[in-house]
Design a protein around this ligand. Structure first.
Ligand code: GDG
Length: 472
């Protein structure tokens, strides 16, 4: 395989273990091939004296054998590309929330401008036999922009979030341009079979694409491959983290503090896709319906701050605070608070201890590409006395994790019933489910994900260049 070039909105330094799953998974192949990781520096440069800001500056640094190259963005570009289009249009629509999308016409121009800037800055850094792997919804048009500059290398794309059905996608002004751009890749990877099916239906219905062989499509005058590559966890790394001192300390503390209770845990970025209000209503319903759970079950909900400069996030914060207050006010006792809610980030090294001390995890998004918390919770469990995963059927993980208790998070009553069942599940059944879930996670870990995507990408056909249809 040639040199690996990874492109994503933000970078993680592959030398730092705190960087997490994706960086760790990519780091071996980046290091082995002397690879390049390219993206936004995280820096916003203001225009001097209120004038037009200049071209984003390129920074290149060497991290061992891996080169890290980043560009700065102007305030205007950042706001339109990142806040406006990526997180104000694509994130809500791809999570089926048309009601939250802000289709301000100005954003798409900024989105396109930044993708062009990335293409211009990346192009001179490329070598002829590079394999380019682009990540996530911020960068859908990048392959088209690179092709327009003459790039002929293999380019693959992985969408970390869901892809909705064609009629929802079609609500995006310019959806045809966006989906054409997606078809400029040689390989497009999705988290689940459901997302892949939505893509295939879209290109068949809207672009009259034809299947040339299973997984290979002729669309917009070129051939591309599409497949489901569910992202996995670095199981060994997460297990090690579970047994390391910080997690062990956290585990002991939680067990000591809650020795008379059964803990339930939720760990999410504070995002409207994660179904947090619905989860709290289901928990409240359980306390109402099953009075014996009062004084026994405590829900620890971590909601780590996220994208606070995007307006839709303020409402959810307010709703959560008032729900937690009401549950604690109505059900709490002098020596028992039903919900411990934290709007804060917990150190990664401590999370496995919290997972392991919990009898039940509530992972109940309304939509989620995969959801790694579900996988982390399973890996952190003690196989002799494991906890139970209550998982939304609308998380990509539900296609793989069939031995979890699958719920419809919109159905508060049924979810409350499932939480109750999870709290009372006999040890033998918990062990059996945990064993099967672990088998799946080990078979489909992050290395499997990385290898299978790159293997498929390196086998794709040579490309056509110049895509005049990409011009808006
Ligand atoms: C996107 C897609 C897809 C959470 N709170 C804290 C914390 N976390 C960590 C978790 C986990 C990660 O963040 C969250 O991953 P998810 O997969 O649940 O969700 P997104 O952030 O929305 O990620 C998603 C994923 O990409 C990968 O492809 O699965 O569907 O939306 O690792 O542990 N970490 C720390 N403190 C916290 O408070 N340290």
């Amino acid at each position: 395989m040639g040199r690996l070039v990874v492109v994503s909105n933000r970078l993680a330094d592959p030398r730092k273990t705190a960087a997490g799953g994706l960086a760790v998974a990519l780091s071996d192949v980046l290091q082995a091939t002397g690879g390049l990781w390219f993206g936004w520096s995280g820096k916003i440069v203001e225009a001097a004296d209120g004038g037009v800001p200049g071209e984003g500056e390129l920074h290149v640094q060497q991290a061992g054998p891996v080169k890290l190259a980043t560009v700065d963005l102007s305030r205007e570009d950042h706001d339109a590309y990142y806040l406006g289009y990526s997180n104000g249009v694509l994130w809500p629509v791809f999570h089926y929330r048309l009601d939250l999308a802000d289709f301000d016409a100005g954003y798409i121009g900024g989105y396109r401008r930044v993708n062009q800037l990335f293409a211009r800055k990346l192009m001179p850094l490329l070598q002829p036999d590079d394999i380019i792997w682009v990540h996530d919804y911020h960068l859908i048009p990048l392959a088209g922009e690179l092709r327009a500059l003459g790039c002929t290398q293999h380019i693959g794309f992985f969408l970390h979030i869901p892809l909705p059905p064609p009629l929802i996608l079609a609500a995006i002004p310019g959806h045809d341009w966006l989906m054409r751009a997606l078809c400029s890749y040689d390989l497009v990877g999705f988290q689940s079979e459901a997302d892949l099916a939505h893509f295939e239906r879209y290109i068949q219905v809207e672009a009259h694409a034809q299947q040339v062989e299973p997984g290979h499509w002729r669309a917009f005058g070129r051939t591309l491959q599409a497949g489901a590559f569910p992202i996995g966890l670095d199981v060994v790394e997460f297990k090690n983290l579970t047994h390391a001192s910080e997690a062990a300390e956290m585990y002991e503390r939680m067990r000591g503090e809650y020795s008379r209770r059964k803990l339930l845990v939720g760990v999410d970025r504070l995002d409207y896709s994660k179904g947090l209000p619905q989860r709290l209503r289901a928990f409240r319903h359980m306390l109402e319906q099953y009075p014996e759970t009062r004084n026994v079950a405590t829900l620890v909900q971590i909601a780590s701050p996220s994208r606070e400069d995007v307006s839709a996030y303020g409402d959810i914060l307010h709703e959560l605070e008032s729900l937690c207050g009401a549950i604690n006010g109505n059900f709490g006792e002098l020596d028992w608070m039903p919900v411990r809610y934290m709007h804060r980030t917990v150190a990664r090294a401590r999370l496995p201890g919290l997972y392991r001390a919990s009898r039940v995890a509530l992972v109940t998004p309304l939509r989620d590409g995969m959801n790694l918390v579900a996988k982390e919770f399973i890996v952190a469990q003690d196989p002799a006395d494991p906890g139970v995963l209550v998982l939304s059927r609308f998380a990509g993980a539900a296609e793989q994790l069939k031995e979890a208790l699958l719920v419809n998070p919109y159905d508060v009553e049924a979810t409350a019933g499932a939480i109750h069942l999870a709290l009372h599940m006999p040890r033998e059944e918990r062990q059996e489910r945990h064993r099967s879930l672990m088998r799946t996670l080990k078979e489909h870990d992050v290395q499997w994900w990385c290898d299978s995507f790159l293997d498929a990408l390196s086998k794709t056909e040579a490309k056509e260049t110049g895509t005049p249809w990409l011009r808006l």
